[in-house]
Design a protein around this ligand. Structure first.
Ligand SMILES: Nc1ncnc2c1ncn2[C@@H]1O[C@H](COP(=O)(O)OP(=O)(O)OP(=O)(O)O)[C@@H](O)[C@H]1O
Length: 618
């Protein structure tokens, strides 16, 4: 009966293998950098200008020494001219370096901002099965620190490659232009420098990784403790947790110290090498000056260049760590970007367009089978027809498959076999936008965003007038509770609406339903203990909201569904009984047993607080 796509080969969510490699990760990065190529060209020009101006200074001093000071025949005017040129080059170097730093920051931040935006957009489109597998904490890290590492790539690694790389090349150019022989002597130490840089590179990388690992362990431990604080206090675990935190803290401290020690040793070794090189050039060059084979100014310029030669090598070596973490971050981001949503919009030729307002709300589950990922089947052949406007209660013990069943309707997951139809149209043929306008959801733990109550009801859609929101809240009975709050509808809720009780959050979700008017309503009843007043409010709100729409209620209290048109009883992924409350009780089957376990008699209807308690199957 299905007119939708076959469920036999659902599109699998694909995660790229690590084998995608760095090439593709870098291509991702350069794709983001491409729109800024003019800025990068400007950065390059600034770098060439700034470094040339910088390196011109020792040359100007050499000219002053050799052509004027030592000869003494050009007069003060000429010397002042050289000094003025020196100052101009210093100011030019400063301004160009300033421009370069600003441009690179601007390009880096812009790239990271668009990367972050795209990543967020991509994540919001991924299916629920992805979120089942992927820890939320990791996604937060990707969105915040991985993208920040990429910014560092531009503002540190890339900057260093351009600035320090060019500096090295230009210094060599100046040195060879001044005196080839002395320039060659200066390079004698190069293999030693390379060997030391190579040895330190491994040391620095290892200590960097150890520190990052310890830091993330400490943060993970901290996050876990903060979210479980009530449990820690209730079980007086403060001392034990403090001890464990101290261990993490000390390990991080030790690793940080070791990292700093390595880095300082590396820097000072380079300083020492620089001084050895200077001493060497003073010796070789000094001898040449004494033998009148070299001008004194050239020796001065060489000493200055040698001093400047070691700094860029040091900087470039230090960027190795950032480069490594950029590669790791890029790889992680690429893996997320390459995940394709398992649940996707139907292709153009398969899509069936409907007017969500005109949907009658008939539901058909035809041979539905479902499992999470490659796990065991949790729905094992569900056949069910629900009339438009019918009020259906779903009951069963914990893990029976109630939530899994209703989660198929908004396509949080797709069936593994069989089909699920709304007004005889397979849900997989409906564009997701239309489907989500048809199916409304009130979750067990309704999610409220940080923002005002009014925005939470109308979900930030400013075109929905305030009056409509107030009207909806009045209808579901949430208005008196909201009116009591200091800022009424403008009260800003904290994270996840933690200032409100579970029942109050559900009332706000009911108001959302009235505002958005879906034709089918799914309610996962709050299990948290509700006071009898809120419970009554919810019961009344449910009656109001379900009027005229097909309603599926996962009930944890029998009283909620006692008057349902039909009660569906689930066990081990199957429907074992269905019918009206009185009939089911009369049949004396599994439902009747559930009622008995929930503390209500067999013969009598469950009382107002008749809750379904988990019980082992009879
Ligand atoms: N995201 C998930 N990933 C893997 N398995 C899951 C997931 N959600 C539920 N399950 C498993 O599927 C089975 C059915 O769970 P489901 O949540 O549908 O039951 P339920 O009847 O709604 O239970 P409850 O009344 O406790 O909410 C259970 O065995 C559960 O462990």
């Amino acid at each position: 009966m299905s007119n939708g796509p076959s469920a036999a080969h659902p599109e699998r969510e694909r995660e790229s293998d690590a084998s995608l490699g760095r090439g593709r990760a870098f291509r991702l990065l350069f794709g983001y950098a491409r729109p800024h190529r003019k800025t990068f060209l400007l950065i390059l020009l600034c770098a060439v200008g700034a470094i040339s101006a910088d390196l011109l200074q020792p040359y100007l001093v050499k000219v002053a020494i050799d052509n004027d000071i030592l000869l003494g025949d050009k007069g003060t005017g000429w010397l002042i001219g050289i000094c003025a040129a020196y100052l101009v080059s210093a100011v030019a170097a400063m301004l160009l370096a300033y421009g370069m730093a600003n441009l690179i920051q601007r390009a880096g931040q812009a790239i990271v901002a668009s990367l972050r935006k795209d990543l967020f957009e991509h994540i919001t489109k991924l299916s629920m099965s992805f979120f089942d597998r992927y820890p939320i904490g990791s996604l937060v890290t990707h969105e915040s620190s991985d993208t920040e590492t990429i910014n560092q790539f531009f503002t540190q690694v890339f900057l260093s490659l351009i600035r320090d790389g060019l500096t090295l090349v230009l210094i060599l150019g100046f040195m060879f232009a001044l005196d080839v022989e002395l320039a060659l002597y200066s390079l004698v130490l190069l293999p030693v420098i390379a060997a030391i840089a190579f040895a330190f590179r491994t040391l620095l990388r290892n200590s960097y990784h150890r520190t990052r690992t310890q830091l993330s362990r400490m943060i993970a431990y901290l996050a876990e403790n903060l979210s479980g604080m009530s449990l820690i206090q209730a079980f007086h675990q403060e001392k034990e947790q403090k001890k464990r935190f101290t261990r993490h803290n000390e390990k991080y401290w030790m690793e940080s110290l070791r990292e700093i020690r390595n880095s300082v040793t590396f820097n000072r070794t380079f300083d020492l090498l620089g001084n050895v090189a200077v001493a060497f050039i003073v010796w070789i060059g000094g001898m040449a000056v004494l033998n009148k084979q070299l001008e004194f100014g050239v020796l001065y310029a060489f000493i200055s260049y040698i001093r400047q030669f070691f700094q860029p090598i040091n900087q470039l070596t230090q960027q190795w760590n950032t480069m490594q973490s950029t590669l790791v971050s890029l790889d992680r981001l690429w893996r997320i970007f390459s995940v394709k949503p398992e649940v996707a919009d139907p292709s153009e030729d398969r899509a069936v367009r409907v007017d969500p307002e005109r949907v009658a709300g008939k539901l058909t589950f035809a041979g539905v089978r479902f499992a999470y990922g490659d796990g065991p089947e949790v729905l094992r052949g569900i056949d069910l027809d629900i009339r438009p406007g019918e009020f259906v209660g779903i009951v069963g013990t914990t893990g029976a498959g109630k939530s899994s069943l209703v989660n198929l309707l908004p396509r949080f997951y797709d069936v593994k076999a069989g089909s699920l139809l709304i007004d005889d149209i397979d849900v997989r043929s409906l564009p997701l936008r239309d489907l989500h306008a048809i199916v409304g959801l009130v979750q067990q733990e309704p999610y409220l965003f940080s923002g005002s109550i009014i925005d939470n009801v109308r979900l930030f859609r400013r075109e929905i007038p305030e009056e409509a929101v107030v009207e909806a809240c009045r209808t579901v009975g949430a208005h008196p509770m909201i009116a009591r709050l200091r800022d009424g509808y403008d009260t800003v809720l904290s994270e996840r609406g933690s200032g409100l009780s579970a029942g109050e959050r559900q009332l706000i979700s009911f108001a959302r339903i009235l505002v958005f008017r879906p034709r089918i309503l799914i309610l996962d009843e709050a299990t948290a203990h509700l006071d009898s007043h809120t419970e009554r409010l919810i019961q009344r709100a449910l009656e109001t909201v379900s009027r005229g729409r097909t309603t599926l209620v996962i009930a944890h209290r029998l009283s909620t569904v006692r008057h349902a048109d039909r009660i569906i009883v689930m066990r081990d992924g199957q429907i074992v009984e269905q019918g009206k409350h009185a009939d089911l009780i009369k049949n004396g089957g599994y439902y009747a047993e559930l009622c008995r376990h929930s503390g209500t008699g067999h013969a009598t209807a469950p009382g107002a607080d008749g809750r379904l308690r988990p019980t082992s199957p009879a």
